[in-house]
Design a protein around this ligand. Structure first.
Ligand SMILES: C[S@@+](CC[C@H](N)C(=O)[O-])C[C@H]1O[C@@H](n2cnc3c(N)ncnc32)[C@H](O)[C@@H]1O
Length: 206
């Protein structure tokens, strides 16, 4: 990706994604996680402080080496074993039916082939396994959607392939997940084009 994508962008994400408003959503989305968890798009480990005690291990999937380095202090303080187990959510190096739960926070916007990643999550989750997610995506309001379509090419260039217009809930149900709970809202303090969030739990079929 070059110097910007490999070194600068992960540091920008580490700062922007660690704001109070994001931390509040991390606390909400991690609530109820338990057992063996796979986290796709681990970034710099900003969810580590929010893993509940019921989580027994986290397998982290993250392509950016710098993200992993920026996670060092949080990893040292982690109360749950966390290991970097993979580099690409589109091709997970785990057997079928491995995990009790999965976690994805602001990652589904960036994975190039999200359908492939969702298929992989379904494969590695045990039947009935729960995918906890908070993601930004296509806004509920058409005027905001129009701006999202206009700005998406720039967003993708500046933020490492980040899409603004992915209909997260539709993509999850299209991939065969059942939505157990979801809250769709505009993030406080963020421009609506990047702050149309969906936070919830999707369940892999039995
Ligand atoms: C906006 S950041 C969010 C990081 C982290 N989840 C958080 O909440 O702070 C998107 C993350 O997705 C990662 N990513 C990009 N392509 C990916 C892929 N194919 N598989 C897994 N993660 C990917 C990026 O490296 C980046 O860490």
């Amino acid at each position: 990706m070059g110097v910007y994508g490999d070194h600068v962008l992960p540091r920008i994400i580490n700062g922007v994604c660690n704001m109070k408003v994001a931390r509040e959503q991390r606390a909400r989305v991690c609530e109820g996680l338990s057992g063996e968890v796979v986290e796709i798009g681990f970034g710099s480990g900003l969810n580590i402080p929010f893993y509940p005690a019921a989580v027994t291990s986290v397998d982290a999937v993250e392509p950016a080496d710098v993200g992993w380095k920026l996670a060092r202090k949080r990893l040292d303080a982690a109360t749950v074993p966390v290991q970097r187990s993979g580099l690409d959510g589109q091709s997970l190096p785990f057997g079928d039916d491995t995990f009790d739960a999965a976690l994805s926070t602001w990652t589904m916007c960036t994975i190039p082939d999200l359908d492939a990643a969702l298929r992989e999550l379904r494969r590695v989750l045990k039947p009935g396994g729960r995918l906890h997610f908070v993601e930004h995506g296509l806004a509920p309001d058409p005027p905001v959607q129009r701006w999202q379509h206009r700005l998406e090419p720039v967003q993708k260039r500046v933020f490492g392939g980040c899409h603004l217009t992915r209909p997260i809930v539709d993509l999850l149900t299209g991939a065969g997940f059942t939505i157990a709970e979801v809250d769709v809202f505009y993030e406080e303090g963020a421009p609506k084009v990047v702050g149309a969030n969906s936070l919830g739990v999707a369940v892999s079929p039995d």
